[in-house]
Design a protein around this ligand. Structure first.
Ligand code: PGA
Length: 261
């Protein structure tokens, strides 16, 4: 996994946006894997700016979100479908029918999970997957202990995740207990992944993800097996990493060989 250490949240968002913008320009019908949460919001703002100011064209792009709460309607204030509509989709020219978020109200959730996987496969697979990480090292809603080979499935949320996400609800009691999520095996099939992390609260999770053993106790650590993943982390989130000298050295010297790649 490549590690890029940046100053702060703003620079993390700038770096991530540069990668996504380049990918869309290179492949206008890009299949984007998208994440919700506070972490990618800055990235989405920058994509909206790139659309408005520089004409970044989403008209052929397709998107698949990682997860959705079970039991929340798409228009529920805290549903991930609504988050995506409000934070990105309504502000760019992506076609609504080309955006996909698992349906938390689907009847026959297990069948829905299999169909969601089929839709991704039929779209040609995810070209570029954006990921955040939870404090416990989860990606999407793959909580500690989830099989590293898992496919899209229904999962219970841990107490820690319920507590973390309760900031968006009136009380922890209102946080759904279950979610539909892409599995780790599904995420590992994306051609490229960008992992974003910002703030001291993520420092342990970043260390375990990047330098810890590959373990289902930290599902993001499975990304160490992925051939093309870059972690873009700010200084606070990178605080517990051990090999920072190497990451910085690599970053600083990269330009010297960039034109030979
Ligand atoms: P956050 O959530 O971006 O709101 O910190 C990350 C996650 O739980 O995956």
């Amino acid at each position: 996994m490549d590690v890029v250490i940046v100053r702060d949240y703003e620079e993390m968002s700038d770096r991530a946006a540069a990668i996504v913008v380049r990918a869309i320009r290179q492949k206008p019908d890009l299949v984007l894997g998208l994440a919700t949460g506070s972490t990618p919001e800055g990235l989405y703002q920058r994509l909206i700016e790139a659309h408005r100011k520089d004409g970044l064209d989403f008209s052929r792009a397709r998107s698949f979100n990682l997860d959705e709460y079970v039991g929340l309607a798409p228009d529920h204030e805290q549903s991930y479908r609504r988050f995506m509509n409000e934070k990105l989709f309504e502000h760019v020219n992506i076609k609504p029918e080309n955006t996909h978020v698992p349906d938390g109200l689907a009847r026959g959730l297990l069948r829905h999970c299999a169909e969601y996987e089929d839709m991704i496969r039929n779209a040609g697979g995810i070209d570029l997957q954006v990921l955040g990480i939870g404090r416990d090292g989860h990606v999407a809603f793959n909580e500690p202990g989830t099989s590293l080979g898992s496919r899209t499935h229904v999962t219970a949320l841990t107490r820690e995740t319920i507590e973390d996400n309760s900031r968006f609800f009136d009380s922890p009691d209102q946080v759904p207990r279950f979610a539909v999520t892409l599995g780790i095996g599904s995420i590992l099939e994306a051609r490229k992944c960008i992992v974003l992390a910002s703030g001291a609260g993520k420092a342990d999770a970043v260390r375990a993800t990047v330098e810890g053993p590959i373990t289902s106790a930290v599902t993001a650590s499975a990304l160490q097996m992925h051939p093309d993943t870059v972690a873009i982390v700010d200084e606070a989130a990178a605080a517990n990493l051990e090999r920072t000298d190497f990451y910085r050295w690599q970053q600083e010297n990269w330009d010297r060989i960039a034109d030979k790649l």
